[in-house]
Write a protein that binds this ligand. Structure first.
Ligand code: COA
Length: 335
């Protein structure tokens, strides 16, 4: 246990990211649905996204990102004792995608499970990893957000298909026997009463797949984008403020905001509400689109690799997604 007698922290010690090679531009989408580069760019900020080619799926993306995070942490696969894969695009309904990733990475000493919280998945998984570590139940957790959204979007629905991309991001979270390091706070929340706003209707036990519902394209993501947008801005700003307070910091202490990449207009509005200057906000949605649970670790890895996020920086992450779910965490970058 991590208590007064044995104080400890949960610290991110490695990060990894992976996107498949196949780029999909706005121009390509405009040949498939009634849209154009101008609409997509001004409404969302997205220019390109990457899609997994045939035969490549969520566990493959997760394994690539996870391997990089393990190498970056300088540990061996056998040293990982828990793997959490946040995804809404499992390889199969059974078993968990985490089991394929555990095997693929050779995490022979790790228990593993999938976590479903849509775009908030990474923040939920990071919070879970922290709780395992602080409870003394795990020493080294691999947290991965991985999605193959190209397989679950409706390629005929212009209001949602242009928004999403495929990818994976990962971090290693380790127990450090010193208090006040690494993850300083994490807050998660949900409102299941708004589950209809962003949903897949069929393919579960409520409505098993039939020829009819497949013909009606009910196996794909459906979204009330406009309503989701408003909830996103409000909930992300509120939960981020709570996470900063819980960390014992103020918003002025935050060096970097790494928000979920759903829409540049959402990101700008959240930054404005929090009073965080745009120069401190990590944005890469123009390249990758909304990669759901992968978006925050993808952006985090990019900002660490290009030297923006440095040792000692206070990083605020915040996400929002289907459920509705939301979450935020503050951590000090210790590498
Ligand atoms: N190309 C061209 N026109 C499009 C289009 C596309 N790809 N998609 C929708 N439109 C049209 C709509 O049909 C509508 O036309 P109408 O006014 O003639 O009915 C018009 O554009 C405006 O639609 P609206 O939904 O009001 O646009 P918006 O400003 O809300 O932007 C989203 C739409 C989806 C980009 C925006 O609401 C959004 O990003 N929401 C958050 C969604 C999200 O990220 N969810 C993931 C979980 S975080």
């Amino acid at each position: 246990m991590c208590n007064a007698g044995s104080p400890c922290s949960a610290v991110i010690t490695g990060a990894g990211a992976y996107v498949p090679e196949k780029v999909m531009t706005n121009e390509e989408w405009s040949k498939l649905v009634d849209t154009n580069d101008e609409w997509i760019t001004t409404r969302t900020g997205i220019k390109t996204r990457y899609f997994a080619p045939e035969g490549v799926y969520t566990s493959h993306l997760a394994i690539n990102a996870g391997r990089q995070a393990i190498e970056d942490a300088g540990v061996n696969p056998e040293d990982i004792d828990l793997l959490i894969v946040a995804t809404i695009c499992p390889d199969r309904p059974l078993p968990s995608t985490a089991c394929f990733v555990q095997h693929g990475l050779g995490l022979t000493n790790a228990a593993c499970f999938d976590l479903v919280a849509a775009c908030s998945g990474f923040v939920y998984a990071l919070d879970t990893a922290k709780q395992y570590i602080l409870a003394g139940s795990a020493k080294r957790v691999l947290v991965i957000g991985a999605e193959t959204m190209s397989r679950i979007i409706d390629w005929q629905d212009r209001s949602s298909c242009v928004l999403f991309g495929d990818g994976a991001g990962a971090v290693v979270v380790e127990r450090v026997d010193e208090p006040g390091k690494g993850i300083l706070s994490s807050k998660i929340g949900a409102n299941g009463g708004l589950s209809e706003l962003l949903r897949i209707e069929t393919g579960g036990t409520a409505e098993p797949l039939t020829h009819d519902n497949l013909d009606e394209r009910r196996q794909y993501v459906k979204m009330e984008g406009n309503v989701v947008f408003k909830h996103a801005v409000r909930n992300m700003s509120e939960i981020a403020t709570k996470a900063v307070e819980a960390a014992g910091l103020t918003l002025e202490d935050i060096d970097w905001l790494v928000p979920h990449q759903a829409n540049t207009r959402i990101i700008d509005a959240v930054g404005r509400q929090l009073g965080i200057d745009a120069s401190k906000v990590v944005v890469n949605i123009q390249k990758f689109g909304n990669t759901t649970a992968a978006s925050i670790p993808l952006a985090l890895k990019e900002a660490v690799t290009d030297g923006r996020i440095k040792k000692g920086d206070n990083v605020l992450i915040v996400a929002f997604g289907a459920g509705l779910t939301w979450g935020s965490s503050v951590f000090r970058w210790e590498k």
